[in-house]
Design a binder for this molecule. Structure first.
Ligand code: ADP
Ligand code: MG
Ligand code: ZN
Length: 187
């Protein structure tokens, strides 16, 4: 019987994507399924060998430079593959996930659906489309306390990727989200 599939967990920063990924992986481990976890090396916010949630839970993982490395590093007895910060991988992640799922593996992918401007982020839009199962999480808006679907950059910096947590970003709802803020110069 084929049991493979792609599960996507998305949402803004602080919405609990990594927590949810860790929860699913913990249950898989209790079910005695061999798991492997990958994340892009670009995410060096805390330690390099762990996926870490903002609530400080962690799980050992393998940092890789591109998605194709998942196929190279995959062990024969692995049943479940976890991938965190998937938005930083290239489009080839989509093919890798399809391949693994078609081989009967369970693939759980967590990542930001939108960047700091509210635009679809990296391979995430295609992953959402091909997913067998999808969870879109919300955080708490730091301005009004409502349901946040956006990641507001609170420093004036135009690069798409600035790795940082609460000092650079906060969760915002659509009404309180101001994508132009970080594009304006401070002069
Ligand atoms: P993500 O991987 O989506 O960035 P994490 O799983 O790392 O999120 O962290 C989620 C945790 O962050 C929450 O359980 C909560 O303790 C904390 N947190 C901090 N700020 C917020 C916020 N604005 N909304 C919701 N949770 C927040
Ligand atoms: Mg996370
Ligand atoms: Zn709000």
């Amino acid at each position: 019987m084929k049991t493979g599939g792609v599960e996507v967990v998305c949402g803004p920063m602080f919405s609990g994507k990594t927590e949810e990924l860790i929860r699913r992986l913990r249950l898989a481990r209790i079910a005695k399924q061999r798991i492997q976890i990958f994340k892009p090396v670009i995410d060096n916010r805390y330690e390099n060998e762990y996926i870490t949630s903002h609530a400080d839970q962690k799980f050992l993982c393998t940092p890789i430079t591109d998605a194709k490395k998942i196929l190279d590093q995959l062990q024969d007895n692995t049943r479940v593959v976890g991938i965190d910060e998937a938005q930083f991988f290239g489009e080839d992640l989509i093919e890798v996930c399809e391949k693994l799922a078609n081989r009967g593996l369970r693939v759980i992918v967590a990542g930001l659906d939108q960047d700091y401007l509210g635009q679809p982020f990296g391979p995430m839009p295609q992953l959402l489309a091909i997913a067998d199962d999808l969870l879109k999480l919300k955080a708490v808006c730091m301005v009004c306390g409502g349901e946040a679907t956006k990641s507001q950059r609170i420093v004036r910096e135009k690069d798409r990727v600035i790795v940082g947590a609460s000092e650079c970003y906060e969760a915002r709802c659509r009404r309180c989200f101001d994508p132009d803020f970080s594009l304006m110069t401070s002069r």
